[in-house]
Design a protein around this ligand. Structure first.
Ligand SMILES: CC(C)(COP(=O)(O)OP(=O)(O)OC[C@H]1O[C@@H](n2cnc3c(N)ncnc32)[C@H](O)[C@@H]1OP(=O)(O)O)[C@@H](O)C(=O)NCCC(=O)NCCS
Length: 178
């Protein structure tokens, strides 16, 4: 299988529109706590606003014969971004620096899973996040019912911190100074 891994410039973000929308549909299909919250979540309402509110963005897209089949989106954002009308994702006081790193979206089409592509994308995300010396806290937010993703991140060194929104989201974190 000839795959390429490319850093996607933000002005070419449209090429992952369908994959992002598939991710939202996948998460809804797994969810058993307020799955209807996903009805308003899509490329336009989730990915584009995240790109705007973050100070640095990093998207890696994996292509098979020029066809996008997966991506990982990570960012560096002010910690206040995570306390908004939708939710307070974590106690801001528990983060000593002004900014946090987040692996924000991660999706691989079903027929490409279990070949190590996710592990490769995860490593590329982590390497990028670790280039920021002034970031200590890294977060991943996993929606309910997605236990395979939760276990994947735990195997990669993240720890379950707490649930928010009545269990709709599980917050995973990792602190580089620990
Ligand atoms: C979560 C996700 C990104 C992981 O991607 P993936 O490509 O399946 O991940 P990998 O293949 O690297 O690893 C998954 C497991 O497959 C197995 N695996 C990895 N390489 C393998 C290989 N060459 N042969 C057989 N099995 C393999 C391993 O058991 C691995 O477990 P590990 O974490 O202990 O190494 C992917 O499953 C996905 O897109 N899921 C749907 C969307 C989703 O849940 N996104 C996360 C939202 S928070």
């Amino acid at each position: 299988m000839h795959l390429t891994y490319e850093i996607l410039p933000v002005d070419e973000i449209e090429i992952i529109r369908d994959l992002c929308n598939e991710l939202m549909a996948f998460q809804k299909s797994k969810s058993y706590i307020t799955p209807e919250l996903f009805d308003s979540m899509n490329f336009d309402t989730r990915l584009l606003p995240s790109l705007k509110s973050a100070i640095y963005n990093h998207i890696v897209v994996v292509k098979h014969s020029d066809e996008p089949v997966g991506y990982v989106y990570s960012n560096i954002s002010p910690k206040e971004t995570y306390s908004n009308d939708f939710a307070t994702f974590f106690d801001l006081e528990s983060v000593s620096k002004n900014h946090v790193g987040c692996l924000s979206q991660f999706y691989i089409k079903e027929e490409y899973r279990q070949y190590g592509i996710g592990s490769k994308l995860f490593s590329m995300s982590r390497e990028w996040l670790e280039t920021f010396d002034d970031i200590e806290d890294y977060f991943i937010f996993v929606s309910n019912g997605n236990n395979s993703a939760l276990e994947f991140y735990i195997r990669k060194g993240f720890t379950v911190s707490h649930d928010i929104l009545g269990g709709f989201i599980t917050v995973l974190r990792n602190n580089s100074s620990l």
